[in-house]
Structure formats: structure tokens, C-alpha cells
Design a protein around this ligand. Structure first.
Ligand code: AMP
Ligand code: MG
Length: 343
């Protein structure tokens, strides 16, 4: 199949390309779309064949559910069997934005969207192109990240094409994704509410509205093999470059000594901006120390860069676990398949 390139930077000026994307979706096709988190691979939520095509194009395990993207609260009502009061309060505070709520699934949503669960994950994106596309197509869009399953999520149209060119109907060429990591996911189908995946909306912000929210164990640690997990996506080795990534937990002096002592051919370091020149191995940086929003925005690009440069083993700095840093840590530890060395 030939993947159409549709350029949409401005929803008014580039209306024609936007309408073409809507038409493809209405006809059951797959379109790579920009959002403020990462690029999504979108299809009509209510079209079971199109939803099956998403899983096939990505090579996504069937037990990993999709997030449904909406442009208004009326669409949400069409997707859920019940809208809890807490969901309405969270929507007012965090939507549109990088925030997903797991809610009781309505009958109209195909089971395959939710990987057989009786819940459905819903998000209202703030990216103007994504928002307008949902609105003009009139469709809630089921969309996981637009990468091959397991590889780092895409934050540009080029990343999408690198993974999926020829496997999807179209991609919207647009601005780079602002946040750079997938949305925060919480479940409101349990008491107390539970953080399943950290993202651009932070745990600290959530606690202001949901003071009793708990953090699912899978956020920071490896889920036990064979045990059910609340957020299926968290159990996979994920977001990872082809290289073996090892996180080194310690200050920069210790980090430098360990890297210098253990470097072999093909060893790289993933470090903060400015640290590159102090190491004996080639480096890729992922933002400045202390600027977690910047780290989030560039992390996946940095992981792809390691592959491009032929990295075999990568020693990585350990991000701070608060604010947006919790999300950066959560993704990097999965890229590292939970391999952390304490220095
Ligand atoms: P992706 O869009 O590729 O980041 O994947 C969406 C992720 O959202 C999945 O991997 C799950 O971890 C989570 N998710 C989606 N739907 C549900 C659900 N019904 N219950 C729990 N987690 C969900
Ligand atoms: Mg994904």
C-alpha cells in the first residue's frame, strides 16, 4: 500500500488535507496523526475491521488495549456505560490535554478496542490538528502510538514513516509533538483511583483533585510474570532501541568512572546536555538535568538516535522520579528492560 503524506500545520489553511484524512478514516482506513503526546495511529473506534488493522499494522499484542480520542463530552457519553462524577471533575481540569481516564465501557465500543476488558480508556487531545480531525470526521478515534510495537513511540511524522511506511493509508505531516511521551493514564473503575501510567499530567497535579489516588506497582517496577496487570501496556519491554540499555544509578562522577571502566566497542552513553564532552565514549543527550519537560520531549528521539548511530550497549543516567520526571523514568526503565545498576 502507498502511504499518503498529508501536510496539515494550520487547520484552516490546510483544510483540504485535513478533510482527506477525515475521509480516509470514515472509509475504514488508518491515519498517523499528531497529538500533543506522541503521534497516534488512528481509526474509527466503531469499525471493528479498522481496529483489527491497527493491531496488524503495529504488530501489537491483542491483549494491549487502545485509547479512544474524543473532541467533546458528548462523544464520551457515547463510549461509556456510566460517567462517574470524578471523571467529570477531572475532565474539567485536565482536558483537553495529555490525560486518559479508564471508564466503564459502553456497549457500542467493540471489545477489541479494549482488548476484551469491560473498561475503555478515553482522552481529549489538545493538539489543534487532532482535535479538528476528530470534530470534522465526527468519529471518536481509537489510536495507540504510531510505532511498530516495542520500538520507541514516534514524535514526528518521519518516525511514523520509518516504522510504518507502506503499512498504513496516510500520515499527517505536522509539528513535532509537544510533550513527547504518552498520556497519563488513570483508572476510575476502582476505589481509590489508580495511576496506571505517568505522563504530562503529573501525580502531584492529580493529587490536588484526587487526594487518595494510588500509584500502580507497575509504574516503577517490573510486573511479576504471569500475574494480571491493571495497565496491559506496562508489562512489555517497551519504548526500546535495539541496543541493550543499562541505567546507572549514581552521581555523575560515579557514572563517568563506571562508563570509562566498562566501555567496549559499540558502547554509548545517554546523558544530560553538557555532560557529553566529559566521557570517553560517544554520547546522545536527552535534555538538561533538572528540566524534566525537556527530557520528556526529546527522550524517544534520543533512543531512536542511538539505533541510527549503531549503538550496541548504552549506559543511561537515571531521571528524577517526581513531576514529569516520573514519566521519563517510567519509559526509560522499560527501554532498559528494568536493568539498573546502583553505583
Ligand atoms: P498506547 O496508546 O500505545 O500508549 O497504548 C495505550 C495504553 O493505555 C495501553 O498500553 C494500556 O496500558 C493503557 N490502556 C488502554 N486502555 C486501557 C484499559 N481499558 N484499561 C487499562 N489500561 C488501558
Ligand atoms: Mg504505544
Amino acid at each position: 500500500m502507498q502511504t499518503e503524506r498529508l501536510t496539515v500545520f494550520d487547520v484552516e489553511k490546510d483544510k483540504e488535507a485535513l478533510l482527506r484524512a477525515a475521509e480516509i478514516l470514515q472509509n475504514g482506513g488508518l491515519v498517523g496523526i499528531p497529538t500533543e503526546t506522541v503521534y497516534g495511529l488512528a481509526a474509527n473506534t466503531f469499525d471493528e475491521k479498522a481496529v483489527a488493522d491497527i493491531f496488524a499494522a503495529k504488530g501489537r499484542p491483542q491483549d494491549n488495549p487502545l485509547i479512544v480520542h474524543v473532541s467533546d463530552m458528548e462523544m464520551v457519553k457515547d463510549l461509556v456505560s456510566e460517567l462517574p462524577e470524578k471523571a467529570v471533575i477531572c475532565a474539567e481540569k485536565f482536558w483537553p490535554g495529555p490525560f486518559t481516564m479508564v471508564l466503564p465501557r459502553g456497549e457500542k465500543v467493540p471489545k477489541s478496542v479494549s482488548a476484551g476488558l469491560d473498561t475503555v480508556a478515553v482522552r481529549m487531545p489538545s493538539n489543534p490538528v487532532a482535535h479538528e480531525l476528530i470534530k470534522v470526521s465526527g468519529l471518536p478515534l481509537a489510536a495507540p502510538s504510531a510505532n511498530l510495537s516495542g520500538s520507541p513511540s514516534p514524535t514526528t511524522a518521519e518516525h511514523v514513516l520509518f516504522d510504518l511506511d507502506g503499512r498504513i493509508d496516510a500520515v499527517i505531516v505536522s509539528d513535532k509533538c509537544d510533550v513527547g511521551l504518552e498520556s497519563t493514564v488513570i483508572s476510575l473503575c476502582c476505589e481509590p483511583p489508580r495511576l496506571l501510567r505517568p505522563g504530562g499530567v503529573t501525580l502531584e497535579q492529580l493529587k490536588e483533585i484526587l487526594p487518595d489516588i494510588v500509584v500502580d506497582k507497575a509504574v516503577l517496577a517490573q510486573p511479576e510474570k504471569g500475574k494480571p496487570v491493571a495497565s496491559p501496556g506496562m508489562k512489555y519491554k517497551h519504548y526500546s532501541p535495539k541496543a541493550r540499555v543499562i541505567m546507572l544509578d549514581g552521581d555523575f562522577e560515579k557514572f563517568k568512572k563506571y562508563v570509562d571502566d566498562n566501555a567496549i566497542d559499540g558502547t554509548f552513553a545517554l546523558v544530560y546536555e553538557g555532560e557529553e564532552h566529559e566521557l570517553s565514549v560517544p554520547c546522545v543527550s536527552f535534555g538538561h538535568k533538572g528540566d524534566e519537560a525537556e527530557q520528556a520531549a526529546v527522550l524517544f528521539d534520543a533512543l531512536r538516535e542511538l539505533d541510527n548511530l549503531g549503538c550496541k550497549v548504552c549506559f543511561a543516567r537515571v531521571p528524577k522520579k517526581s513531576g514529569v520526571g516520573l514519566a521519563v523514568y517510567n519509559r526509560l526503565i522499560r527501554a532498559a528492560a528494568f536493568e539498573v545498576i546502583s553505583l
